[in-house]
Write a protein that binds this ligand. Structure first.
Ligand code: FES
Length: 102
């Protein structure tokens, strides 16, 4: 069962932006899409670039390195060169605490 770990505050991730957090030894990206937060592995499955440093357009993150696209809500690949999805994580906001389930 996932253990929820506090990583920061929800207002650290403004609408339309992404931030990277370290949680349980993993690099996790959090994207804010229209006020809704989504957590997924920050490590692109192509060549391990940080997805949080890429571009967020709606629910699609584009890797800055070679342009792979992933759906931040499911982790699915929307465009290559990546072929493997990224892992997604549960996320919870309690008061001013942002928690990621890992
Ligand atoms: S490392 Fe992300 S597309 Fe190549």
């Amino acid at each position: 069962m996932a253990e929820f770990i506090t990583v920061g505050r929800p207002d650290e991730v403004p609408e339309g932006e992404m931030r990277q957090f370290q949680v349980g030894g993993e690099d996790v990206a959090v994207a804010n899409v229209d006020g809704e937060l989504h957590a997924f592995s920050d490590v692109c499955t192509h060549r391990q670039c940080s997805l949080a440093e890429g571009d967020l357009e709606g629910t699609t993150v584009t890797c800055m390195c070679h342009g792979s696209e992933f759906d931040v809500t499911t982790g699915d690949v929307l465009g290559g060169p990546a072929t493997e999805p990224v892992q997604t994580f549960d996320i919870a906001v309690e008061g001013d605490e942002l928690k990621i389930g890992i």
